[in-house]
Design a protein around this ligand. Structure first.
Ligand code: NDP
Length: 299
């Protein structure tokens, strides 16, 4: 039995945000350009409002110029697309984020497609996804934030990625699949599991690195893990807890208390992957602003 190193996502996210802040200061000083991030929020979902508020606060702290677009829940698809196009044309905006989910009457894909791919803050555009899966070509301009956060936690906690057997549980477009792409690009040998995978436990047992993004509390058991594995838990699940003022607490997809006795390094929930997502959004925005400076100065 061991006691895994707990990977401190809060501290690592803070370090990344400080690096971004100094990158912003440098870009302002050298090029007179302040990175601009636009956040489009449609409707009044409480969770989306919280995410947007946190993103704006982080943007302010690192020194971005920030633009908010708030549209009514019944805004038409065309209105939303029109506001994205206005941001595409705004020279002070280098990164655009449309907070998902959009209301049911709106075709999310059409709205996301309207974002100029050189301003795609989340790295979800087809151009970026293609670059992420292509070896030896141009690197993507931005990386999907949560997967990039997982990789950053692995790197900064000293885990060896090259040559490792990595298992990613979950294949969503926002987490599992792009995470697999990033790990493969860093020379891990990657297996992706999903709801039709026959024996997830057996595949996890062979893994040096396990990334779990399923959305089911305590889905991955300690017995599944290879001793010494590095575990990144992306899941955020609310479970009833009468001892908490809110009546619930947040847990990940991994049985953390038991898994920490088997793993060599593990992320907690909360305080692991969660704080990294916004830090990576900040890094993407800075990188998009730098790209803009490079391309306009070279012209
Ligand atoms: P999705 O629901 O989009 O995807 C879940 C994935 O898990 C799917 O690929 C699904 O397979 C797979 N899955 C479901 N059941 C099983 C099973 N029994 N065995 C193996 N695989 C299974 O979720 P997301 O990827 O969006 O999010 C995953 C979790 O991460 C959630 O808890 C979410 O809250 C959290 N999250 C956290 C973020 C952060 O920390 N900032 C950001 C984004 C998400 P199939 O494809 O076959 O349906």
């Amino acid at each position: 039995e061991r006691d895994a190193e707990i990977i401190d996502g809060k501290a690592i996210a803070k370090a990344v945000r400080l690096e971004v802040a100094s990158g912003v200061a440098e870009l302002v000083k050298r090029n007179g350009v302040r990175p601009g991030l636009a956040v489009v929020l449609v409707g009044d979902r409480k969770d989306s409002q919280t995410y947007v508020r946190n993103k704006k606060k982080a943007a302010e702290e690192v020194g971005f110029y920030s633009v908010d677009v708030n549209l009514d829940a019944n805004a038409s698809e065309n209105e939303i697309v029109a506001s994205v196009r206005a941001l595409n044309a705004n020279p002070n905006v280098h990164a655009i984020l449309v907070q998902l989910p959009l209301p049911d009457h709106v075709d999310e894909a059409r709205v996301l497609k309207a974002i100029d791919h050189t301003k795609d803050a989340d790295g979800f555009s087809a151009a970026n996804v293609g670059k992420m899966w292509t070896r030896g070509g141009e690197p993507p301009l931005a990386l999907p934030c949560t997967p990039a956060g997982c990789v950053e936690l692995l790197k900064r906690s000293g885990a060896t990625i090259s040559g490792a057997q990595a298992v990613v549980v979950g294949r969503s477009n926002i987490v599992g699949t792009p995470c697999a792409a990033l790990l493969q690009a860093l020379d891990a040998t990657v297996t992706v599991c999903h709801s039709r995978t026959r024996d997830v436990a057996a595949l996890v047992r062979a893994a040096d690195i396990v990334v779990v993004a399923v959305g089911k509390p305590h889905y991955v058991k300690a017995e599944w893990l290879k001793p010494g594995a590095v575990v990144i838990d992306v899941g955020i699940n609310a479970v009833d807890d009468a001892s908490r003022p809110r009546g619930y607490r947040l847990v990940g997809d991994v049985d953390f208390e038991k898994a920490r006795r088997v793993a060599s390094k593990i992320t907690p929930v909360p305080g692991g992957v969660g704080p990294m997502t916004i830090a990576m959004l900040m890094r993407n925005t800075l990188n998009l602003a730098k790209y803009h400076v490079q391309t306009t100065c070279a012209a």
